[in-house]
Design a protein around this ligand. Structure first.
Ligand code: SF4
Length: 397
């Protein structure tokens, strides 16, 4: 019997016995509380590639719904040393920018904080228009970082887009330019960015599930050497809490969520982690983890590795160039599984997950059993793609 089969059996047995217990766990799967003294003092900063800037190692992602009148989470972040806010034209159902504009007005702290925004436009002209829209909506005259949002095509690092990035910087509308990517050929995109120049910052999917990926590590090295600032997102590598509880994470120092963050900060090549913090409690936990000098023990790291191994079959890494290419046609496997993860793992994101799934072209949700079987055969995570796609259709369709 192979290791994978053994693990799967162990996992399923453990999952069944843990499911009842999981109902009492937060999505952080916390089994530890921090000592009151842990994580006080200033927010640590790191260099952002070769930009010459020092940035906080933690910043707030705002794709959750923000309070348009007074957002407690953003205010708590700023008071706690998180002076950097990541948004996009599409975030918060289009309302994130206006809520942040209100926050800027309330705090009068624009000059001391950082703003990232993004656009998914597929043309330089569209990006220019989107940048102007972002500035208008945010009621500011510059961004700190403007990113091409969720790219998966190496052509987006061609001359026309890089020249547009130069124009944006020269105009003063953004200080730095780059891209975000969470699906498809992340390693290829990073490698190309390191070669072509003109990219200051990359925001990419990176968490405890990816540390053994050799191709990705080489690509991260190439970018780090090229002076590109690297930001990690999807830091929780989430699967439903009922599955995470299988490992019964034990630590006297960290909650599971904090341990996941600490594991990213252990990588000095990463300048900062963007984290969606949907409550003041979550801000407290994450800030405390950022500020404590304590590092993960070998035992804690081992538990994360075990969690990654045992839940791999439920954690899509977004490498759509593998499964979707093999499946053929237009079926959107990685996006469907990502939206399913939003539904299963994030409180309050179910409606958004349904909206995103519903916005996929009809042909992206159509497939045959043969296509999905072929896709599953090349999935490095061993995901039962047919079952998960059926689940996505059942709960999001
Ligand atoms: S289903 Fe598997 S192959 Fe497809 S994107 Fe997810 S992890 Fe990659």
């Amino acid at each position: 019997m192979g290791q994978k089969t053994t693990n799967r059996r162990l996992f399923l047995q453990s999952a069944a016995s843990a499911s009842a217990l999981a109902a009492t766990h937060s999505t952080f799967g916390a089994t530890a509380t921090l000592t009151p003294a842990a994580g006080s003092g200033p927010m640590p900063h790191r260099p952002l590639g070769a930009t010459g800037e020092q940035v906080p190692i933690l910043h707030l992602g705002t794709s959750q719904r923000l309070d348009p009148v007074y957002d407690k989470v953003m205010h708590r972040c700023l008071k706690s040393g998180i002076s950097w806010f990541d948004t996009a034209l599409s975030y918060g159902w289009g309302a994130s920018h206006s809520a942040i504009a209100n926050f800027l007005e309330q705090t009068k702290a624009r000059q001391t904080m950082w703003l990232t925004s993004k656009s998914g436009s597929g043309s330089p002209k569209g990006l220019a228009k989107a940048l102007d829209e972002a500035l208008t909506e945010l009621k500011t005259d510059y961004l700190d970082i403007f990113l091409m949002h969720g790219i998966n095509d190496e052509d987006r690092l061609g001359k026309a887009f890089l020249a547009a990035g130069n124009r944006f910087r020269q105009s003063g509308k953004t200080r730095f330019f780059g891209f975000s990517c969470h699906d498809g050929n992340v390693a290829e995109l990073l490698n190309k960015a390191a070669k072509v120049g003109g990219i200051d910052v990359i925001l990419f999917r990176y968490n405890f599930r990816r540390y053994g990926d050799l191709a990705l590590n080489k690509a991260i090295d190439a970018c780090h050497k090229a002076g590109i600032g690297l930001l990690a997102m999807k830091s929780m590598g989430s699967v439903p809490a009922s599955l995470e509880s299988v490992v019964q994470f034990r630590s006297e120092n960290f909650t599971l969520g904090q341990a996941k963050l600490k594991s990213i900060w252990a990588d000095e090549r990463i300048s900062s982690v963007v984290s969606e913090m949907d409550s003041v409690q979550r801000v407290r936990e994450n800030v405390s983890a950022a500020k404590t000098q304590r590092n993960l023990t070998a035992q804690e790291s081992h538990q994360l590795n075990r969690l990654a191994a045992l839940t791999a079959q439920y954690a899509c890494n977004g490498c759509s160039h593998l499964c979707e290419k093999t499946a053929g046609g237009d079926v959107a496997i990685a996006d469907s599984l990502r939206f399913l993860m939003y539904h299963e793992c994030y409180d309050g994101k179910s409606d958004r997950a349904k909206e995103l799934y519903g916005a996929l072209p009809a042909k992206a949700r159509q497939y045959s059993a043969e296509q999905l079987a072929a896709a599953a055969a090349v999935c490095p995570q061993g995901i039962d793609i047919a079952a998960r796609m059926a689940q996505a259709q059942a709960v999001l369709g």
